[in-house]
Ligand binder design. Sequence first.
Ligand SMILES: *Cc1c(COP(=O)(O)O)cnc(C)c1O
Length: 378
Amino acid sequence: MNKHIAFNKPFLTGKETHYIYDAVNSGKISGDGIYTKKCNSFFEEKYKFKKALLTTSCTDALEMAAILLNISPGDEVISPSYTFVSTVNAFVLRGAKIIFADSNSINPNIDPDAIEALITPKTKAIIAVHYAGIACDMDKIMAIAKKYNIYVVEDAAQAIDSYYNNIPLGSIGNIGAFSFHETKNIIAGEGGLISINDHQFINRAEIIREKGTNRSSFFRGEVDKYGWVDIGSSFLPSEIIAAFLFAQLENIEMIQNKRKQLWNAYHKNLESLENKSILKRPFIPSYATNNAHMYYIVLNSLEERTALIKFLKEKNINTVFHYLSLHKSPFYEGQHNGGDLIHSDRYTDCLLRLPMFYDLTVAEVELISAEILNFFNK
Ligand SMILES: *Cc1c(COP(=O)(O)O)cnc(C)c1O
């Protein structure tokens, strides 16, 4: 029996505790110190965000986005149904109604051709979730947003270091949100980032992130006292989190290269099953890059997926399915406008994620792939 293969294991570069020690010894461990600034600059320089601000999670970055867009009761927000709850919870918290769109038939991203029919005079924003780090069709989405004068928020939680026609994800919509949760490529335990690409939101983002105060301008010497100027909350992480994150960012090339090597090994090994129409491998459109966030397969039925999960579990290999369509969730089912979302439901039933993390070996990917081939050759 092979040794147990986990679905995910957080990767440490080795420098994390060193930088945390340094942050602790510097005497300043609350937010927006040296390590937070190093991280923010890293993102602004490498990915050309007009403004990058660390947050305590991607959920928080999305909540900031909803406040920045002045989402209020009665507004409508268009989102894929096949996504994480935080994508839409942030907008529901401000009183918005979520209008769910179906996924593409070729991958779980929002079907851009399904969006226009959902737009009403109440539509305020479209949320583009780059599933598995693979870009949505941003030209189409941005064109619709422009035509109807609505905002685009990129939920780039899984999309660090991934591109749309050579443009970094998170830099295209008005606002982007990233996650450094331990299940993502670059981690900080819990952590996130808001990227702002629209000048009108930059000052207010700093205020909202600092409990509705102009503390950030005060520290830059722009105002001589700081006070309560807007609504807000505490969205900034401590220096301990930023220090951890900075160690990861310094090693981003190494992390991405290893993940891509594993991803490519799966992709090659499972090609024959796709050729026989037994399953579908991830589809990466020509405008998108692969950041190797996830390796998933799409089976032909729920029964087959359940049987494969069980088969692999018996071989000590942990695989997991993913989202349950939000339009059918206990919380939102009654509020959904009723349209069937067939692809979203198909991914709910048939998509399976295979082990993918830095410390996984190519030999283990070979073994997992071989077991999947075995299952279908039975
Ligand atoms: C992980 C994830 C989030 C939430 O990120 P947190 O940092 O845990 O808040 C939101 N949206 C998507 C698509 C995600 O994958």
